[in-house]
Design a protein around this ligand. Structure first.
Ligand SMILES: [Cu+2]
Length: 227
């Protein structure tokens, strides 16, 4: 009876040991070295530099050869480092996921650095779109009329907030062109004929243009927020 029990215990132990061994050996080994000198590296088991890894578990064995440098591995879900003042060898078991990882010496981060990608690297964010060019407008005042038109010649009723380049033609010696609205208050002289070019930033709200000498000469338009 006791003999049977003993055999059973041995049998269970024999089965469980290989299971544990298989579990730990699934991690892939990488080797990191920092120092001596201003050298830092992270290599695959075959000695090549790590450029890209599959997603998974890795055993990173780091040898820190210097009291001036350290090895700092950082990226999605990973932040492991040795002491700058310390030396020695350490093994980190890390889970590498999609993204970009860096390894640097924290004391010399611009001179001693490296990086690799893993899994499906998220694409870099697209560059911001360039600001739209200034919209061209033309204003005109005569002795009897005032107008504000777009580049294509239609009357300005609504605009999108942003930059405009307004060319004003003041052909009347008795009138002027006066534009007023959020952040803008520009006018030509009443007594002179003149041409003016104003680069303006229009903000959401209502703008009016008029002659300061005649109530009949006026107009308005609305500016809406961009996007
Ligand atoms: Cu360093």
């Amino acid at each position: 009876m006791l003999r049977t029990l003993l055999i059973a215990v041995v049998a269970v132990a024999a089965v469980s040991i290989p299971t544990a061994a298989t579990g730990s050996s699934s991690a892939i080994a990488l080797t990191g070295v920092v120092g001596p000198g201003f050298n830092i590296s992270l290599k695959n088991a075959d000695g090549t530099g790590v450029n890209h890894l599959e997603v998974g578990t890795y055993d990173v064995t780091v040898t820190d050869n210097s009291i001036e440098h350290n090895f700092h591995l950082q990226g999605p879900g990973v932040d492991q480092k040795t002491d700058v003042e310390g030396m020695g060898t350490v093994t980190w078991t890390v889970t590498i996921t999609d993204g970009t990882y860096t390894f640097i010496c924290d004391a010399h981060p611009t001179q001693m650095k490296g990086s690799f990608t893993a899994g499906n690297v998220p694409p870099p964010p697209p560059p911001p779109p360039p600001p739209p060019p200034a919209k061209k407008l033309s204003g005109k005042v005569t002795t009897r009329t005032i107008s504000l038109k777009t580049g294509s010649g239609s009357k300005v009723k609504t605009l999108t907030a942003g930059k405009v380049k307004l060319t004003v033609s003041d052909t009347a010696k008795t009138q002027n062109f006066h534009l007023k609205g959020p952040g803008v208050n520009k006018k030509t002289g009443v007594a002179a004929r003149s041409k003016a070019t104003w680069t303006l930033t229009l903000k959401p709200g209502k703008y009016t243009y008029r002659s300061d000498k005649s109530r009949k000469l006026h107009g308005s338009f609305t500016v809406k927020a961009a996007g």
